[in-house]
Design a protein around this ligand. Structure first.
Ligand code: GCU
Length: 351
């Protein structure tokens, strides 16, 4: 369905490459010989809120069960791109991976829902939805047939466009621009509706692609400017606020199912701690990133009217629901939740 170049390599080679690498990295195996190694992969740097959340998880599990498990964190795409890491998690070669909800839709179409542009009216609505087990659990725990389940969601803020040489003020400004999007059909279609030219690629390739002029820009949260250095190679960051896409922490199904009840409880506490720690770090780091990108990296921020962007991409909601009617229930639940949050805000209640 979705062609991935590396899929054309022999499977044995695909699966063994990262493992050869992992084996090379784990030279402290003497002390951990008898312990079960739990590999955790993500694509962010060690300063990123995601890594901070992972460290909290590692410390919690090892403080309780350090004699049995050795949690090994692999940041910065050390185990491959997110797509590679999800595949390795499906096979059990990697136990835990952080993957953007965007790319997960190519593994299970339930995830399409959170990739819809302008799905959430506000960050409050987004967080309330993601924190509501009644809404998210059917998706998070309903993907066993794909070889993984979701155990936590991580905040990845709001996605906005950033390009090398102009402000994006209206959809027409995107015409003719090559914009990197994540490898997700929903994101490609979104760009098509906005009139830009979608260039799907992995996160790790974006900096060089902008720098070398292969693309004109990308879309992401503010930490991409600072933590990933994209602010060095673009000049404008435009708050189109088109998506709030969570990162999902996925775990190999067999691994989690085979944990004893007691161990599983410790892992679950760890996942919860990972999530709350990441969310807290996110709120702090995103404010720092806004300051730093503008003041130290000289990226100019602008705040376009979003109505025209919203109108251009709204057909994608109906298209997605028509192609995948099983999403209607969750879509309606999200609308109801948004209304509830809006009413609370209008009623002056605090949150
Ligand atoms: C965000 C998100 C990552 C994702 C990246 C991307 O940084 O947190 O999980 O990989 O966007 O655009 O690919």
């Amino acid at each position: 369905m979705h062609t991935k170049k590396w899929n054309r390599l022999p499977k044995v080679l695909i699966y063994s490459l990262p493992l050869i690498f992992v084996a090379g990295c784990t030279s402290d195996t003497v002390s951990s010989q008898e312990k079960e190694i739990i590999r955790v992969g993500h694509n962010q740097s060690q300063n990123h809120p995601t890594h901070i959340g992972m460290k909290a998880f590692e410390e919690h599990v090892e403080s309780q069960l350090g004699d049995k498990y050795d949690i090994q964190l692999y940041p910065s795409e050390l185990l491959g791109t997110q797509t590679n890491m999800v595949q390795l998690t499906q096979t059990g070669a990697v136990e835990i991976t952080v993957a953007s909800n965007s790319i997960l839709e190519t593994f299970n179409d339930k995830f399409e829902i959170f990739n819809l542009p302008y799905l959430f009216e506000s960050q409050e609505a987004y967080r309330a939805v993601m924190n509501d087990p009644e809404i998210v659990d059917p998706i998070f725990t309903g993907t066993e047939e794909s070889g993984f389940v979701t155990v936590a969601w991580l905040d990845a803020g709001i996605r906005n466009f950033y390009v090398t040489d102009k402000e994006i003020e209206e959809p027409a400004d995107l015409a003719g621009l090559k914009i990197r999007v994540q490898q997700s059909p929903t994101n490609v279609r979104m760009m098509e509706l906005l009139g830009g030219s979608a260039t799907p690629m992995g996160f790790g390739d974006v900096y060089t692609a902008i720098q070398s002029g292969v693309i004109d820009g990308a879309e992401n949260n503010e930490l991409a400017l600072t933590e990933n250095g994209h602010g060095d190679v673009v000049s404008y960051y435009s708050y189109t606020q088109h998506q709030m896409i969570p990162d999902e922490v996925i775990v190999n199904t067999a691994f989690i199912d085979e944990l004893s009840t007691g161990d599983r409880e410790v892992f679950e506490q760890g996942f919860e701690l990972m999530q709350t720690t990441q969310h807290q770090a996110w709120k702090e780091k995103v404010e720092e990133a806004k300051e730093y990108a503008q003041n130290e990296m000289n990226v100019a921020f602008n705040y376009p009217e979003i109505a025209a962007f919203r109108e251009a991409v709204l057909p994608l909601h109906d298209e997605t629901l028509a192609n995948n009617p099983s999403l209607k229930t969750v879509y309606n639940q999200i609308q109801e939740k948004s209304e509830e949050i809006r009413n609370q805000a209008e009623g002056g209640s605090e949150e």
